[in-house]
Design a protein around this ligand. Structure first.
Ligand SMILES: Nc1ncnc2c1ncn2[C@@H]1O[C@H](COP(=O)(O)OP(=O)(O)OP(=O)(O)O)[C@@H](O)[C@H]1O
Length: 374
């Protein structure tokens, strides 16, 4: 690597993608809040959860099962760890995709100790037989162990000690109602306000032992897509820049220069996001255009465009999903510094319906199976 170059290998992917790989998870571990009071923002969920936990501690009983829903990188795993820590118990971790058969889940459940917290990430991806086993375990603290095969098979009930399931999901709409109903408390994590992300950045900078100016924290927060994981990731990249090309202090100049190197624009769009907008507006006159065609134009798989770039573009009101395909909103044209020509969807939609971005968000929420935001 050339002297002064910044190595993006640690990222293992997109700088502003909200998922995380193994390498990144290790970097994140050091920055995780350990107590509820250190968990920044999400005031409503924090208050509600605090009541659930303190009541259970006062009663000396395992709390109700907890379901945490919300997009990736907003703190579901962190909250699960905090729940176990606040209860003074240990956390067992598994995930929907890791459990292939009901027997795998039975093995995990039957090894739980009294009061332990079982964290099931991506719980909406559990296979149906495992789901059914989980209902019974959550409700009756019992698993039925099947012995033998075929007509001679019998189920031997095995009592489990009281425990608490913390389920995390990015798609709560996909959870079957019987499973959702087994959770006594559901907390929905929403994207963070910029002021909260600034606090996340200042806290993380303290833990990393770097000096960050308020204006720099503000700048990074504004480009972090409402997501603490991205805020921490951008902070680490700005730290790299400051150490390699600056004087080690994370000031506004360092923040802007580093984020320019990584092509993260002032509202947090990266190269793929901009390529999608560009193709939509310049190549397809603002759409509507089908996902496959759009993906082909930007040289990506349709799934990548749909799951990686599109959610944020839709949330920001730059792209709308209509029954006839993707369309660029007036905000998208604006962001690219272009004027929506007459006859485009944006020009027409803006004239008919002034709250274009709200309309786009509503479409997105409906597509995600969530209630449209007010
Ligand atoms: N409220 C918060 N305050 C401070 N840091 C936070 C907060 N929420 C998340 N973080 C940080 O963001 C990173 C990602 O959080 P976490 O892994 O808990 O997200 P997640 O919702 O479980 O994501 P995924 O669904 O991808 O597993 C962690 O490093 C964590 O420390």
């Amino acid at each position: 690597m050339a002297e002064g170059a910044i190595d993006p290998a640690e990222l293992g992917g997109r700088l502003v993608g909200s998922g995380a790989d193994e390498v990144e998870r290790a970097a994140e571990a050091a920055l995780r809040p350990k107590k509820l009071e250190e968990f920044v923002g999400q005031q409503v969920v924090r208050d509600q959860l605090s009541l659930v936990l303190h009541a259970s501690i006062a009663r000396d009983a395992a709390p109700d099962h907890v379901l945490l829903s919300g997009p990736p990188g907003l703190g579901k795993t962190t909250l699960a760890m905090i729940i176990a820590a606040e209860l003074g118990t240990s956390l067992r971790v598994t995930s929907g995709p890791a459990i292939q058969h009901a027997g795998d889940l039975a093995a995990v459940l039957s090894s739980l100790e009294e009061g332990e917290v079982l964290f099931i990430d991506e719980i909406h991806r559990l296979a149906r037989p495992a789901e059914e086993l989980l209902y019974v375990a959550m409700e009756d603290f019992r698993v039925d162990v099947v012995v033998g095969k075929g007509a001679g098979a019998s189920a031997i009930p095995l009592a489990l000690p009281p425990f608490t399931v913390v389920g995390a999901t990015t798609r709560s709409g996909l959870l079957p109602a019987p499973l959702r109903d087994r959770f006594g408390f559901t907390g929905h994590l929403d994207f963070y306000a910029a002021a909260d992300l600034e606090r996340v950045i200042l806290r993380s900078a303290g833990l990393l032992g770097v000096e960050v100016r308020h204006e720099a924290a503000h700048e990074i927060a504004g480009r972090s897509r409402g997501t603490p994981r991205i805020a921490n990731r951008l902070l680490r990249r700005v730290r790299d820049w400051a150490q390699v090309r600056g004087d080690g202090v994370l000031d506004l100049h360092a923040a802007r220069s580093a984020l320019q190197v990584y092509e993260v624009d002032p509202i947090g769009l990266d190269r793929l996001d901009r390529a999608v907008l560009d193709a939509l507006c310049r190549r397809f006159g603002g759409g509507p255009v089908g996902l496959t065609t759009l993906a082909m134009m930007v040289g990506e798989e349709p799934e990548t465009v749909e799951t990686v770039a599109e959610p944020y573009l839709v949330r920001e009101g730059l792209v709308a999903r209509t029954p006839r395909g993707r369309v660029a909103t007036a905000e998208a044209w604006d962001h690219l510094g272009l004027e929506a020509p007459p006859g485009t969807w944006a020009a027409g939609a803006a004239a008919v319906e002034p709250g274009t971005s709200q309309a786009a968000r509503t479409l997105f929420d409906e597509a995600e199976g969530r209630d449209p935001r007010p």
